[in-house]
Design a protein around this ligand. Sequence first.
Ligand code: FDA
Length: 382
Amino acid sequence: LNSADVVIVGCGFYGATVAERCAAELGAKVVILERRDHIAGNAYTEDDQETGIEVHRYGAHLFHTSNSEVWNYVNRFAKFTNYSHRVFTRHQDNIYSMPMNLATLCQFFGRAFTPEEAKALVAEQSRELGGRRPVNLEEKAISLIGRPLYEAFIRGYTAKQWQTDPRDLPEHIFTRLPVRYNFDSRYFSDKFEGLPENGYTALVENMLDHENIQVYCGVDFFDVRKLIRKSAPILYTGPIDRYFEYSEGSLGWRTVDFEKEVVNVPDFQGTSVMNYADESVPYTRILEFRHFYPDRSYSPEKTVIFREYSRSAGMSDEPYYPINTAKDDAVYARYKARAKIEEGVIFGGRLGTYRYLDMHQAIGAALKAYDKLKLMISTSGE
Ligand code: FDA
């Protein structure tokens, strides 16, 4: 630890990208400290012991980006499949395509629409507020898509996600509810999409496969901090409030509980992700991992599913989605100001900057951070 040119806290996509660049381009000696017993952060994938099916321990991770620099970068470390994500949602006794598209609308209203007819109907149903400014999330959603679609597809799901009545949630959570007025049922509309052929853990392993990179799993930065050479720059991708010992307050996150079940059928739901829109069902969605890799020869006898339950995170829970209340944002602004003047430390990643980042955004931001860190590393030994 003492001889490292740079110390990286956290081995998610953000930390791994910076580590790879520092080692491969600068020849710097990199030490990564990871609190968990594995690499790859929240994107970690592993084979389920009972079924042999590869699962995503921290929830479904789909790679998609329109950034060709990021796409070319990840493709250096893994081949990607041509998986194209599609999501369905169950409402009462029917299953619809999500995000809402022309197929969803025709099925829901029981009529054939042209794109223009569907647009006109949604516009008419969105007029309920009569031009008044929406004051909560329910009103905002109604002003965007109208009450029938809101009540079927948004109300119950949102209430479960936030464990709060949408009338008590701020309107700014939704800026835009996507309705596609065509039959495109792909979940993402990015230029590039796919899954790493051997999973995310193997991809990150390849990124870190360099003689100058040493990874210590099961090590918390705060336990070994004293051993780090004073002049070695640190890239910190852990929670920013913890770094400053919660002195400005703690930041609010939502977490997700996963309930795993092995089911003795070849196929449980016919697709990888099924949302449950109704409030009477306690979970928000069910993931069935075998569908991520339809070409793999998994055993037809069993399948593994995760039911997802959403709730706000306590101190000992995994922080997943930032809540970003006005209070949270004010607290974060204070940490951010302190982070700016913290000598020798760069804060990055979703936990270090208190924002939701997709994997491609984390990698893109890490490539930028590397450019900044590069200057610090070249001067650290002087
Ligand atoms: P990440 O959390 O991966 O890594 C940070 C690491 O730091 C962790 O491993 C943590 O243990 C470690 N750490 C923290 N404190 C430490 C300390 N004191 N000492 C040592 N180590 C410490 N993205 C996407 O593109 N497509 C998708 O489908 C999804 N799906 C998705 C589902 C769910 C449920 C979530 C929560 C997130 C997603 N994501 C996603 C987002 C994706 O997980 C995210 O982009 C990456 O995790 C960001 O990488 P980071 O390296 O910033 O954080």
